[in-house]
Design a binder for this molecule. Sequence first.
Ligand SMILES: [Zn+2]
Length: 71
Amino acid sequence: MGPDQPRTSTVEKGAFCLARCTCGWIGPARRARSLARDDASVHTTDRHSSATNGTPPPGISSDQATGRHTQ
Ligand SMILES: [Zn+2]
């Protein structure tokens, strides 16, 4: 299973259908499967988006010891 594989699936519960994810997330019960899939799509984009445009990793520190004092 690649990183772009959908990790959500829809589960039918009686007359309702809800989406669930491998991370443990479960969407609200919907009357239509298409709505549950929409919930899964939103969840996947929101929580498992491959685009890493969130918080940048803390690796750049201004700890360079360039004690060059030109006077
Ligand atoms: Zn998830």
